[in-house]
Design a protein around this ligand. Structure first.
Ligand SMILES: [Zn+2]
Length: 312
């Protein structure tokens, strides 16, 4: 590489399927960006169940700038700054649900670690400004030691708010030490799923667990552009459960069958309210029969149909 050149790197073009390598997957749509003047081509591999943006926007410092985290960027449904500073946003439902889901894995994790009383080590990979990290440090401190990892503007904002977010160097020093890694709405942002999953696997000890959320493409394959989750400037990789099972198997994990776990009700409640753009927790929200409604939505949309995984 010529480091003295000012010529920008050529744009990334992903013509072949990132999961199975097939180069015969058709373009299914061309979609305009909302912040850029560019069009984005979407391809779908029916062979393995994966869709992706062929020409992703890779100027990550611009994609994930302050405007993005304020909900003025490519995803108007997020406002990470408000969520961190305002104690009454619906995001708390998600944090609570993720902690419950993590707690549900504790018995298995503590058992195979041989020291059931000690707090377990948890990494939130792609933690944004660290809202979940802070929640677990306050509500789960007796049983979890949690770190977050993030880069860019969000990491700086989290640190300004007193949340310890690991740098890349600090993360590298902790490889192989975690019992649990979470990646909440991370995998849809990655342009190289194998690389990201290998990186996550490297952070876990053998027998450690990996829990994640990302959209499930399966119910939408006949009309992918109509899926509200498709935001080609930021969501560049879309998975069916079978493509994730394959990716996990190829990156050092044993995929585990999907199951409706404690905490999923609360996470789905958060997703519903977010999509209704109801940002502030209100009393009536406790009157909604979430346990029933969440299971119905989960059955219809496969929200938690993706596998989880154990590090081999
Ligand atoms: Zn494929």
């Amino acid at each position: 590489m010529d480091l003295t050149s000012d010529t920008p790197a050529p744009p990334l073009l992903r013509k072949a399927c990132c999961v199975c390598g097939s180069d015969s997957s058709p373009r299914v749509a061309t979609l305009p960006g909302t912040r850029t003047q560019r069009d984005f081509a979407l391809r779908y591999c029916a062979g393995c169940g994966f869709a992706w943006v062929e020409n992703p926007w890779t100027d990550f410092a611009t994609v994930y700038d302050e405007a993005y985290y304020l909900g003025k960027g490519s995803d108007p449904l997020v406002n990470y700054v408000d969520e961190l500073t305002n104690p009454h946003t619906i995001r708390r439902l998600e944090w609570r649900g993720i902690l419950q889901w993590a707690d549900d894995t504790r018995a298995a994790l503590a058992g195979n670690r041989g020291n059931p009383g000690a707090p377990l080590r948890w990494l939130d990979f792609g933690c944004g400004n660290g809202g979940l990290v802070r929640h677990v440090q306050s509500a789960g401190a007796d049983r979890w030691e949690i770190d977050g990892f993030e880069e860019g503007w969000a990491a700086g904002f989290g640190r300004q708010n007193g949340i310890g977010i690991l740098t890349r160097e600090e993360l590298d020093a902790k490889r192989g030490t975690y019992d649990l890694v979470t990646a909440i709405e991370v995998l849809e942002h990655t342009v190289d799923p194998h690389e990201t999953l290998r990186e996550i696997r490297a952070m876990l000890r053998p027998g450690g667990r990996f829990l994640f959320t990302t959209g499930n493409l399966a119910p939408y394959t006949s009309n992918i552009p109509a899926w509200g989750y498709v935001r080609p400037e930021i969501h560049v990789s879309y998975y069916e459960p079978r493509s994730l099972a394959r990716l996990l198997s190829e990156t050092g994990f044993e995929p585990l069958p999907a199951a409706y776990a404690p905490g999923h009700t609360s996470i789905i409640a958060y997703k519903v309210l977010k999509n209704l753009r109801l940002n502030t927790l209100s009393y009536w929200m406790h009157l909604v029969p979430w346990p029933v409604l969440s299971r119905i939505l989960n059955a219809k949309m496969g929200i938690f149909a993706h596998p989880t995984a154990v590090a081999k």
